[in-house]
Ligand binder design. Structure first.
Ligand SMILES: Cc1cc2nc3c(=O)[nH]c(=O)nc-3n(C[C@H](O)[C@H](O)[C@H](O)COP(=O)(O)OP(=O)(O)OC[C@H]3O[C@@H](n4cnc5c(N)ncnc54)[C@H](O)[C@@H]3O)c2cc1C
Length: 389
């Protein structure tokens, strides 16, 4: 087989990159380890920056998003019973959109199927060969048969545990990491959201988040120790603990019900540099992970896709590799700012085991400052709705 760009990973970044490249006349083949059903069963992000919405529009996959997505003009930070409103629209004239990652992925698969792009599921033993040469190729096992795909470029969109990042030699890669000593226990329930806007709750018992996917599908999280397991929590125990961490006025409007999904996600900040090596380019979770506190994971994957599709289209269609050469630097400049924001939100809202008596006072002072200062709220809003590409 032969194509312009082999894309490893059929998650949101691989699919969106492929869709945008195909629209510009660039050929792609996507290699995905899992079945489509498995990819679509993963419950993950739900808050889209408007830059992500615009990119999905450019990719021609925004029809259902515009119909079913819920624009959000703000969010709340709660410090015990004090609710601090962050008015995105009033402060920045922009908003965010609530629309599940699963739905984005479904829309992208449908668009790629209409386009006729080969998406090869169930591939094994993917190896990226000769990325430093002008003629890289990817080998894998497809339906039990060793397969080779020649290409001009390789996009590593295969998430944190994929092969692409590890293809870059350790002597070239520099990795930056912070592992947080807790995770988020999340449940999905077919109940109306407790509030029209997300509520990020700080309490002496730990962090909680009231989020949603649509009018009858809610997503709630509580901070738990890393040693905890979803099966340790009955639905009743989860709801009881969530209520203890929520502001009293929101507990009144909380509708509980059976969970339809329950899982624990560890929290980590991670960046690898550089994000390219020869003709291999890393995109999304393959290159970086943020704690979900700032709702940045999927949105950073989208901004990487933006920079890379510009570079690849210029190189392949116009013969100009200036932007492609600058891909890693352009993407990382934005990534580090989102890292800083996600770290700041995480530090401000969570309890850390073994912390000194100073730390809770700093959290309280930061939240109090946000409650009183419009410029502090504007800064948070600018970062939350997404810095410009
Ligand atoms: C449990 C969880 C909860 C999250 N919640 C949020 C949230 O609330 N808000 C937020 O903004 N972000 C959240 N994120 C992060 C967000 O989901 C990711 O940033 C986003 O999925 C990144 O997309 P991606 O396409 O880069 O990577 P992925 O979605 O990980 O996709 C990578 C794909 O590559 C495939 N793959 C891996 N290895 C190989 C291989 N060797 N060969 C072929 N294919 C391979 C995988 O099967 C997968 O389909 C969450 C992540 C997790 C794990």
């Amino acid at each position: 087989m032969k194509t312009d760009v082999v894309i490893i990973g059929g998650g949101p970044s691989g699919l969106l990159l492929s869709q945008l490249l195909n629209k510009a006349g660039v050929e792609t083949i996507i290699l995905e380890r899992s079945s489509r059903e498995h990819v679509l069963s993963r419950i993950r992000a739900g808050v889209l920056e408007w830059g992500t919405v615009d990119l999905l529009q450019e990719a021609g996959v925004d029809e259902r998003l515009r119909r079913e997505g819920i624009p959000h003009d703000g969010c709340y930070l709660a410090d015990e019973d004090q609710m601090i409103h962050i008015d995105f629209h009033g402060l920045t004239n922009k908003r965010s959109m609530v629309y599940g990652q699963t739905e984005v992925t479904k829309d992208l698969y449908a668009a790629q199927d209409r386009q006729g792009t080969p998406i090869l599921h169930g591939v094994e033993d993917v190896v990226i060969n000769d990325p430093k040469s002008d003629a890289p190729y990817v080998t894998c096992i497809l339906d039990g048969t060793p397969t080779r795909i020649d290409c001009r470029y390789v996009a590593g969109c295969d998430g944190f545990h994929g092969v692409s990042r590890k293809t870059i030699p350790e002597t070239v890669r520099e990795e930056f990491e912070r592992v947080y000593p807790f995770g988020w226990l999340g449940i999905l329930s077919e109940t109306p959201p407790a509030n029209d806007e997300l509520i990020y709750c700080h309490s002496d018992r730990g962090f909680a988040l009231c989020s949603m996917r649509n009018e009858n599908l809610s997503r709630y999280y509580i901070q738990v120790p890393l040693t905890d397991k979803p099966e340790n929590w009955s639905d009743d125990e989860f709801w009881a603990e969530l209520k203890r961490r929520m502001p009293a006025q929101s507990v009144e409007t909380l509708v509980t019900g059976p969970s339809i999904e329950k899982s624990i996600a560890p929290l980590r900040s991670f960046v690898t540099e550089p994000m390219s090596w020869g003709r291999l380019f890393l995109v999304g979770d393959a290159a970086h992970i943020v704690p979900p506190t700032g709702a940045k994971g999927l949105n950073l994957a989208a901004s990487d896709v933006f920079y890379l599709k510009e570079g690849l289209i210029d190189a392949i269609v116009n013969g100009d590799s200036t932007k492609l050469d600058a891909y890693s630097d352009r993407a990382l400049a934005r990534i580090w700012k989102a890292m800083r924001f996600s770290w700041e939100m995480t530090t401000m809202l969570h309890q850390f085991d073994g912390e000194d008596s100073f730390a809770p006072q700093m959290r309280k002072a930061t939240l109090d400052h946000l409650a009183r200062s419009e410029s502090a709220r504007r800064d948070l809003a600018e970062n939350y709705i997404g810095l410009p590409y």
